[in-house]
Design a protein around this ligand. Sequence first.
Ligand code: ADE
Length: 659
Amino acid sequence: MERFGAIGFGSVLLVYLMSGASALLHTAKTHSVCKSCGPQPANCKSYQCLANCSVSEVCPSPDDVCAAVWWRNNGMVTVQTKCHNPKQLLKGVMMDNYNSSDCVLTIRNTDPHNLRLCACTGRECNERMLLNEVDDKIMSASDTASGPFKLSQLCKFCDIELTECNATGVCNSSCTVSSICEKPNEVCVSAWRRNNGRATIETVCHNPAVPFRGQYLTDYNNSVCQMKQVKGMEDDFYICSCSQEECNDKLFFTDAPSGPGDFRKDPPLVLLITVVPALIAVVVLLSTFYCYRVFRQQSLKAPKTKGIDIETCAIMSDDDRSDSSSANANSLNHNTELLPIQLDIIVGKGRFAEVYRAKLKQGTTDESFQMVAVKIFPYEEYASWKTEWEIFSDAELRHENVLQFLTAEDRKAERRYWLITAYHERGNLQEFLTQHVIGWDELCRLGGSLARGVAHLHADRTPCGRAKVPIVHRDLKSVNVLVKSDLSCCLCDFGLSLRLDNSMSPEELANSGQVGTARYMAPEVLESRMDLENIESFKQADVYSMSLVLWEITSRCSAIGDVREYEPPFGKLKDHLCVESMKDDVIRDRLRPEIPTSWTNHMGIQLLSSTIEECWDHDPEARLTAQCVVERFGEISSAVIPPVSSDTKSTQDSGNDEK
Ligand code: ADE
């Protein structure tokens, strides 16, 4: 009886607790977590698009749902993801269908081909957008006016890109952009051409009723892209067209395409004539290349190969190197014809130059272009332009964490010098940290890639073991670091950099005294007491500056607990810090940026803080090398295995936009 009494009381308590909890759940509405990225290219395939957005946001209002704005321009699909209050208009449209966990794109605009919207409820449900098939049919029908519904083709669409393909055998386009063609009657087209020794592949959608590059497409019903040489052209020119998903990716310069069901000739004969010689050639080439590399590595007596980036080695093979170094070493665009570049907006202003976002025209139309950055120096700043150009001209500097250099131009008519580089729309690290709180994963990504960039700059070998001239940056700061779309960093602004080759005389070294930005200057630089005869001391000064940037990144990481507003090292942004006041702080008072006690609550941050402290040691000799910091990042990130819940925390925080 007593037992029943206890059970009865227990059940009542349980029911009471449960009803209390459900009441709580009903009253305290949770905030959605959504992908939140500005416009960026999306990956689309078979009626679904992925936003490629690595930033998540805890929505500001509990009413918010996740939303995506999708548009297509000139075959390129762009997507913007965000939190959205469904009681408000999104692009002038009231979103009513937001309860689904799928973000189903629907056409809601007077320009049906180019703008679609979706909203959904569920964690990061706007990461994947579904193209509503009904809408696609409506769209297709409206394009063709009458006749059967036809869905638009999915094709590779990169416009014109340089290629290594030499119009033999089977080539891949190497185009990473897939696009649903704008019109359902368009087919996939690829064109290969060689002009002045430069080979390019063009991948597009095209309506076969209209000539393409002056040629009518006759093979567009093929399921594979069978290249045909166009005779009578000035350039070496091949075209193919086809009507299968992404069929313009694989390009057959042989007579016999190996597409499914498309053997139009006797298959065994075809195999014998094309595939077997190609295979033999590949085997011979590979073994020659392998022997050559083994021989070369031995002769270089390359140090330990641990950490060699096989991919980089593949890209920067010796053959490539001789190509690219000759291209780079003489990388002034000597053509009387300057690159077809249209300046857009200004994105940065430095000591000697201004940086513009710009459009590099790719084809014959105005719509196809590649975004680039152009750094413009007035004629008076010839020396700075030349220094930076010379630094960039070293092909061995190429690295994923160093800004990619394209070319230099002497724009005589405008009395300006240009440096043309890759463009990174997230801007510099200082701007990024001002606007974003990051999670632990992003901290490791940003910090690790920064250290890899500096280590590569300082190294006397490439990751493949080739000899390289060590370079010191001498003005490392968060403004001179760019954030790439995958949230890794690359170093930029080499206007004060030095190549530490043996050709530098002691006088030249001695004259290369105190340069940089006072806030980031190492104590020995502030004091002008650097050992200028020892090239290591230049690297040690860079490591000091890098440690301040690592501190800036860490200070914006949510893993430390409450995150303060972004502040640069040693005080407010607007404060101008001169060498004399920095000397008081950094040398007399041995001051360094604060590492609050809360940073010890997270094992990874604690380990990273010690690394940072070892990098800003007063004694330059005691500092870690950049390569050592790279290795520390490896150890720290593998030592910190995020618990299941910490993943949630970091993604939530990483999107905490404070703009
Ligand atoms: N600011 C300076 N250089 C830049 C670049 N290459 N891309 C974007 N912003 C920049």
